[in-house]
Design a protein around this ligand. Structure first.
Ligand code: HEM
Length: 458
């Protein structure tokens, strides 16, 4: 079997270089070895693809390529053994459909005003003139939105408790110091609650326990009026007509909350960075937003073309999820001039596909206009992946990005504190701004101080 080229760096150096500068190193690999490369992970052959023809194969060839849940077991610590990521086949299809019901457009649209309200509430707490880390603030907003949408909680002790657990976990997992410590084999073990790994495991356990209690209590006192994900799952049946177990419901709730907090939080923080780095983009957005008048409704914000293309360009240039989840070759298959044996793992390289000069001229330039000029295929622009494991929250994530950004831009005058470029950091699954996007609020925009009709966003 002739495999695609393999980078010369030994594995340890490969991972070290990737860790130090993920995007820079991927650019180097693409330039040096092309758009299909082999990486050996122990004895496992993994093929990374950043070619639309190869990506199409991954997303559409369901005969020879599958999206096995077993390949995602390494995420089970955070998503439970029965999370949607760990499932495959019919059960996976069925549970995806259930989760998607609770994220479908009609439901999330009704949530639009709440997104604007929450954003404004958190932003209004910032002190004028005092620098803050935008990523931290946005992550808090995204987590609140996620908890409310998935669990139906918006205040009270239980809400504060679960929000605190998720926030501490994220802070801990993204701490450069803890990450450095966890590189040491001795530290990367559970040595009790006060060791870094033990502390993280303990936090996960507390989150699992909290969600389990929440599921069983809701089961005892179902609320026929609530439309959150928890209610949807409790009232659902599995493919045999049986109710889902409490453990399964708990596991299915985890990925959506994590994704809402991490992926959406990072995408919005990157958006604030680009918009405030490029005055022309900022100006055009403000002009477009002003066409909606003082109290636009969320749906008209969601259909603004320039805002839409700014969000797309953010997800193109720095996709928050750099790779698709792995797929497995089940029977011999040929594409792009190579033959792949069963057992080979295929991964779509989202970042490098989005950086192709032949698809995106001047790929390092932030140019929302490119989305006006060309319609990209699902295999060229894939921030939410595709095929069997495509993101179930993609439409909601875009909707949320637009509303949070529109609320902040229309109501507050912000600026970046430093002129230095913000670099990405790769955190196991997603990439986020390493320095947290330091910003300062100069004031509120005057015309926004009006009383707000309840159906409107501002
Ligand atoms: C900007 C925000 C987001 C980005 C960039 C993003 C991106 C992605 C990507 C690239 C995948 C993998 C697709 C593949 O392997 O083909 C994925 C899967 C997934 N996403 Fe998102 N996501 C975002 C927000 C969300 C939100 C808000 C949710 C909440 C519902 C969510 C839930 C999921 C789930 C559950 C999967 C796994 C689906 C499965 O295993 O079948 N994501 N996402």
């Amino acid at each position: 079997m002739k495999l695609p080229p393999k980078p010369k760096d030994p594995n340890w150096l490969f991972y070290l270089k990737f860790e130090a500068d993920p995007f820079g190193y991927m650019d180097f690999i693409y330039k040096q070895y092309g758009d299909i490369v082999t990486i050996l992970s122990g004895s496992q052959t993994v093929i990374y693809i950043s070619n639309p023809q190869g990506i199409k194969e991954i997303f559409t060839n369901t005969k020879e390529i599958t999206a096995r849940g077993a390949l995602n077991q390494s995420f089970a610590m955070g998503t439970g053994k029965q999370g949607v990521l760990q499932l495959d086949g019919l059960r996976h299809k069925h549970r995806r459909k259930l989760l998607m019901t609770s994220f479908q457009e009609g439901r999330t649209q009704a949530f639009g005003n709440r997104i604007c309200e929450l954003t404004d509430k958190i932003m209004s707490q910032q002190t004028i003139g005092k620098p803050f880390l935008a990523y931290k603030i946005i992550e808090d907003i995204a987590l609140r939105i996620g908890i409310e949408l998935v669990l139906g909680l918006s205040e009270g002790d239980r809400y504060e408790n679960i929000k605190h657990l998720f926030s501490v976990l994220m802070k801990y997992e993204q701490s450069p110091f803890i990450n450095l410590l966890l590189q040491l084999p001795i530290v990367n073990q559970d040595l009790g609650r006060w060791s870094p790994q033990g502390f993280i495991l303990n936090l996960y356990q507390k989150i699992f326990q909290f969600l389990y209690t929440e599921v069983s209590e809701r089961r005892q006192k179902p609320d026929s009026l609530s439309s959150d994900t928890l209610s949807t799952l409790i009232s659902a049946c599995d493919e045999t007509g049986e109710a889902l177990s409490d453990e399964e419901v708990r596991d299915l709730l985890l990925s959506p909350i994590f994704a809402a907090q991490h992926a959406s939080g990072a995408a919005i923080a990157w958006s604030l960075y680009w918009i405030h780095r490029l005055p022309e983009v900022h100006k055009k957005l403000l002009e477009e937003l002003s066409t909606l008048g003082k109290s636009p409704d969320p749906m008209s914000i969601a259909t603004l073309p320039y805002l839409n293309n700014v969000c797309n360009e953010v997800l193109r240039i720095y996709p928050t999820q750099l790779f698709t989840f792995p797929r497995l070759v089940e029977s011999p298959i040929k594409f792009m001039g190579y033959e792949f044996d069963p057992g080979t793992i295929l991964i779509g390289n989202i970042y490098s596909t989005h950086q192709r000069e032949d698809i995106y001229p001047e790929p390092k330039q932030f140019k929302p206009e490119r989305f006006f000029e060309k319609q990209y295929s699902y295999f060229e622009f894939l921030p939410f992946g595709g095929g069997a494991r495509s993101c179930i929250g993609g439409a909601f994530a875009l909707f949320e990005m637009k509303l949070v950004l529109a609320t902040i831009l229309s109501r507050y005058q912000l600026a970046l504190v430093s002129k230095k470029a913000e670099h990405p950091k790769f955190g196991g699954l997603i990439s986020y701004p390493a320095s947290g996007v330091k910003m300062v609020m100069h004031g509120r925009r005057k015309y926004q101080r009006q009383s707000q009709p309840s159906a409107a966003c501002f």
